[in-house]
Design a protein. Structure first.
Ligand SMILES: [Zn+2]
Length: 302
């Protein structure tokens, strides 16, 4: 990990707050309620970090309207946890995160999920690919192994479809099935139709493939296709890293949260050419304008 953990932003909440304010507003704070820049910093110890909007008269802090809102974790620990997530290629369990930053398991669990939400925000939502770009689509099955289960029934396997722009962004989706309609929905919503598509020989890709500039169905088992441009090695490589993370770090993932773990691995894959510090900066920015409340988390967990 190329994180300088001696940096004061990881130890001093006020320095962390100043750092996040600078990242969010660049010295010109804006009211998250009404968008006005006619705001001022409130004075007094009890109002540390608080701004007042002179237009709508609402108060706010740098946490307002972000994944950090309603979290009681000090901002220096937020920054440290974000940098650790940015730098951990195979992920980080909530138990280990809790020990590393000195919070309870439960606090670390929510914190990690909020950071994953920010990672999802940082990964963008416009279409990937484009003219002259190759996008690989592949599907895999996650979980459902009896040996990962201490007791109870073996959980059913979950299906994941990944779209990887060669040399570029990665987007992965937890899907109910691999019917043509499902695959089409994922592809047309997330891949620019000017792209060249590489998939496996699954029948579900045949029809939607015609909507793209070109479509090559690659036979995974035929070595001949592994050479040259006709392969889906980028998507397979993503799955391989994700599965090592699932097995090694997370052991088993709950079905309700699988999409967030995918967002975590997608963001690291999409930003693989960045330094860990740059990636952490993107994650912080990705959390602005996004929120993950306890209520929503509990609903998803149910
Ligand atoms: Zn306002």
């Amino acid at each position: 990990m190329n994180i300088d953990i001696t940096n004061p932003i990881f130890h001093d909440a006020a320095k962390a707050e100043a750092h996040i304010e600078e990242t969010r507003w660049g010295g010109e704070p804006v009211c998250p309620h009404c968008g006005s820049d006619n705001v001022h910093r409130m004075k007094g110890k009890t109002q540390a970090g608080m701004f007042l909007c002179n237009d709508c008269r609402d108060k706010f802090t740098v946490r307002t309207g972000t994944v950090m809102e309603r979290s009681h974790v000090p901002l220096n620990k937020w920054l440290l946890a974000t940098h650790i997530m940015a730098a951990s290629k195979k992920g980080m369990s909530a138990a280990q995160m809790g020990r590393m930053i000195g919070v309870s398991y439960k606090t670390a669990w929510f914190l990690c999920h909020r950071i994953r939400e920010a990672m999802d925000g940082a990964n963008g939502d416009g279409p990937i690919g484009g003219a002259g770009q190759i996008v690989e689509a592949d599907e895999t099955y996650v979980g459902g192994k009896a040996k990962n289960r201490a007791w109870g029934p073996v959980p059913k396997k979950q299906i994941v479809v990944s779209l990887v722009e060669r040399g570029g962004a990665s987007r992965s989706f937890h899907v109910a099935n691999v019917h043509a309609n499902t695959l089409r929905g994922v592809l047309v919503q997330n891949v620019d139709r000017a792209s060249s598509l590489m998939t496996d020989e699954h029948k579900g890709y045949i029809s939607v493939g015609k909507e793209f500039t070109s479509h090559h169905a690659v036979n995974h088992r035929a070595a001949i296709y592994a050479e040259g441009m006709f392969h889906s090695n980028s998507a397979e490589n993503f799955f391989s890293i994700f599965k090592r993370g699932v097995v090694g770090t997370y052991h088993h993932l709950s079905e309700a949260h699988l999409h967030r773990y995918l967002a975590e691995f997608d963001l690291r894959a999409s930003t693989r050419d960045m330094s860990d510090a740059e990636r952490a900066g993107e994650i912080i920015k990705g959390g602005f304008g996004r929120r993950l409340t306890y209520r929503r988390t509990n609903r998803l967990a149910a």
